[in-house]
Every structure is written in structure tokens, then in C-alpha cells.
Design a binder for this molecule. Structure first.
Ligand SMILES: *Cc1c(COP(=O)(O)O)cnc(C)c1O
Length: 418
């Protein structure tokens, strides 16, 4: 290759499949090799010292990264149009690092009321450690604004909430956080950077569970944090003196890397990073296909007399339909619905033959489960009611099956009911 590719003007998938060419091509291999070494050696002690002191780029111990993980981080950064990214063993590990390394006892967090169940549970743990949390209906920025106190440091929202698909007021909250100087964290797992870039609404940090849209094949866990470069870390009180060095733009991620990844140890393995990188190359193709299938199935279900309500942002009667259409290139693979006959939810699922009865999201296979009885069981009826989760709610994650086959299967299962 005589000219070094720059990637500046490339489209989404071109950037993605060629992101590792922006570094060296090792031994001419056109696919990034898998680096399994835990230790990284240097020619001289002074070189090792430079790496330890952050004066030279390099690897030292795989808990803080490997070349395979770094290639995935560069790829996520390109997809999110960010400044830099950091990968973790799971999406939850990435979220845990954000809350525990950027907040401390006495700080206050405003969190969307509609969030992933394990994030909700984690916040219970943090409240026990002295971090105050207010849950707000984030579909309106005014509700977030009303929850802000002098101790508020951070606002946390999801793009399309699981399972009821509420779409946060992403632009309004972005403007609010900018005006108040608050750290704005957006979990982009369900939309994926192909359908939406949180940087476009002013997000400071973006979280992706790589396990879902980006990896896409249900064969590896992973999580990533991307710093969009928009937040001014020089004014953030929670940065330890050790990381207040050099360009302030890098302080937040430096602290997340040392206090989060290095000390907490939830590191992504090279094997998982490799699977996730290969999966990421078809993100745009898969998201387009699964979103189109989800739209077709949502329309079919919404028109069916045995279905009471379908929650999918691509439907005109969705409470945030106009916002979702404006912000997102596609409405993703997540939907939920309720049957007219409430008692039929579990029996109905058993009449389907294509979707697999399983927890999990963003797989090549469609996955289905009764929500209140499974993933939202532990939180109890009160919190379920607050989150709008009826006992009869069914969650669906649409895979890559031909949509005609999905519609046929759902049609048959509905007709076969009482
Ligand atoms: C799955 C999920 C997570 C957690 O990701 P894991 O990789 O499973 O730990 C976080 N946020 C959202 C919105 C998710 O769907």
C-alpha cells in the first residue's frame, strides 16, 4: 500500500472494516492477529519506565489492555466518532467503572427511571456506599432538571430503554448538562453507533455493551466507554491528582483506565475482543436488517386484534416516535408487547417456534421472554409499575431471520390461542 489510509471521509462500514489499517499491518496479515501474551517486554528498562509513566505508548500487563483489545478500542472510537475508548469484560463492568471511579460518597447522580435491570440494581449498591441517586422520567428534560441538586455530578440515560422502548429526551438533556457543566453519560447499547451517535447530542461519555449490537453474534461478552471529547475534565472535581496531568481532554479516560480497568480488573480478553471485532464489521448490515424486520413485525402485531399494545419507536403511536425518527437512523431490534388476554403471555410464548425463549439481546437469533416473571422479577411489583412493566409484557429481540418467517410464526401462534 503506497498511501496511508486516513479514514477521515470514509462511511461507517468502510471505517469499521479498515480501522486496524490505521495502525501497522503485522506480518502482512490483512486481518488483525490475536495477541494472547499477558506480559509485554522491552529492550531496555528506560523504555519500560517511559511506558509506565505514560510518556510512551505501549503495553505492560494485559489487565490494562492488549494489541487485540486496542484494535477494538480504535474501532469503537471510529464508530462513535469519539476521542478515545476503553474496553471492559462486560457492559456492566464499563458502567460500574463509570459510577465507582467518577463519583464518590456525597455526590449525586440523576438517572433515567427507565434503565437496564442490572444498572438499576448496581445503583442500589452505590446508594449503600453513600452516592445519592434520583430516578427521573428522562423522556422529558424538565424532569431531569427538577432532580438536579448542588451535589449533582452526572446524568445517566439510555437511548432506547429496555424493555419498554422509551426514548430519552437526548437533545434536551444534552443541552441541560452542557449548561450546568454536568457529565452526561449515554448508554447507546440498543441503538448502536450505526443508528445513533450520542456525541451529536452532547454526550460526554458513551457506553456500549459490545455483547449486543456491536458483537452481534451472542458469542462474546464485552463493554466499552468512549470519551466524545466534549466534556471539560479540568473542572471536574472527581479527578485524582495523579491523573491531572497533560492535556485535560484525556483525564477522564486515564482515571477510568487506572482506577477502573487496572484496579477493578474486569478486563476484556483478547479472544473475546477478536470475536467482537469480527462481529463489529457487519454492524451496519445487521442493524439495517434486524431493524427492518422489527418494524415489519411491530406493524403486523399492532394491527392484530389479539394484541393490546406494541412498544416500538418505529410505530406512529409510540410516545416518542417523532423524536426517534429524527434522531435514529433505524429503530433497532428491541420491542415489547402485551396481549389482549393478559393470562396468555407465557402460553403464547410456548406456541411460537422461531424465537428462542432466552434472556439476552442483539443476537443473530430472535430471543423472547416474559419480562415481569424473569429479568424484572427481583425488583418487585412497585418498581415494575414505576417502569411501566405490566405482568403480561413480552420482550422480543429480533435477530436475522427472514421477517416473513417471523410474521408467519407470530400469526400462527396468535391464531392458535383461545
Ligand atoms: C446488556 C446491557 C448492558 C450490560 O451489558 P453486558 O455486556 O451484558 O454486561 C448494559 N446496558 C444495556 C442497555 C444493556 O442492554
Amino acid at each position: 500500500m503506497s498511501t496511508q489510509p486516513t479514514g477521515a471521509n470514509w462511511g461507517f462500514t468502510t471505517r469499521c472494516v479498515h480501522s486496524d489499517r490505521l495502525g501497522d499491518i503485522e506480518h502482512g496479515g490483512i486481518h488483525k492477529p490475536l495477541h494472547l501474551s499477558v506480559q509485554y517486554g522491552y529492550e531496555s528498562a528506560s523504555e519500560l519506565v517511559k511506558v509506565f509513566q505514560g510518556e510512551a505508548a505501549g503495553f505492560n500487563y494485559a489487565r490494562q489492555g492488549t494489541p487485540t483489545v486496542a484494535a477494538l478500542e480504535a474501532n469503537v472510537t471510529a464508530m462513535e466518532d469519539g476521542r478515545a475508548s476503553l474496553c471492559f469484560a462486560t457492559g456492566m463492568a464499563a458502567i460500574t467503572a463509570i459510577f465507582t471511579t467518577l463519583l464518590k460518597a456525597g455526590d449525586h447522580l440523576v438517572c433515567s427511571r427507565f434503565i437496564f435491570g442490572n444498572t438499576n440494581s448496581l445503583l442500589g449498591t452505590l446508594q449503600g456506599l453513600g452516592i445519592a441517586v434520583t430516578f427521573a422520567d428522562a423522556t422529558e428534560a424538565a424532569n431531569v432538571e427538577a432532580a438536579i441538586t448542588p451535589a449533582t455530578r452526572m446524568v445517566f440515560v439510555e437511548t432506547i430503554a429496555n424493555p419498554r422502548t422509551q426514548v430519552a429526551d437526548l437533545e434536551g438533556i444534552g443541552a441541560l448538562c452542557k449548561q450546568r457543566g454536568l457529565l452526561y453519560v449515554v448508554d447507546n447499547t440498543v441503538s448502536s453507533p450505526w443508528a445513533f451517535r450520542p456525541k451529536s447530542v452532547g454526550a460526554s461519555l458513551v457506553v456500549n455493551s459490545l455483547t449486543k449490537s456491536i458483537g452481534g453474534h451472542g458469542n462474546a461478552l464485552g463493554g466499552a466507554i468512549t470519551d466524545t471529547g466534549l466534556f471539560d475534565w479540568s473542572n471536574y472535581p472527581g479527578i485524582f491528582p495523579a491523573y491531572r496531568k497533560g492535556n485535560p481532554a484525556g483525564w477522564g479516560l486515564a482515571q477510568l483506565k487506572k482506577k477502573g480497568l487496572r484496579d477493578q480488573g474486569a478486563s476484556l480478553s483478547s479472544e473475546a475482543a477478536h470475536h467482537l471485532s469480527v462481529g463489529s464489521e457487519t454492524l451496519a448490515l445487521r442493524m439495517a436488517a434486524s431493524s427492518a424486520s422489527a418494524q415489519a413485525l411491530a406493524e403486523f402485531l399492532a394491527a392484530h386484534p389479539k394484541v393490546r399494545k406494541v412498544y416500538y419507536p418505529g410505530l406512529p403511536d409510540h410516545a416518542q416516535h417523532a423524536r426517534a425518527k429524527k434522531l435514529f437512523r433505524a429503530q433497532s431490534w428491541l420491542m415489547a408487547f402485551e396481549l389482549v388476554d393478559e393470562d396468555d403471555c407465557v402460553a403464547f410464548i410456548d406456541r411460537l417456534s422461531l424465537p428462542i425463549v432466552a434472556t439476552g439481546l442483539g443476537d443473530t437469533r430472535s430471543l423472547i421472554l416474559p419480562v415481569a416473571h424473569t429479568i424484572f422479577w427481583e425488583m418487585g411489583p412497585e418498581r415494575r409499575a414505576e417502569m411501566g412493566i405490566a405482568d403480561s409484557l413480552i420482550r422480543l429481540s429480533i435477530g436475522l431471520e427472514d421477517s416473513r418467517d417471523l410474521i408467519e410464526d407470530f400469526g400462527r401462534a396468535l391464531e392458535a390461542g383461545a
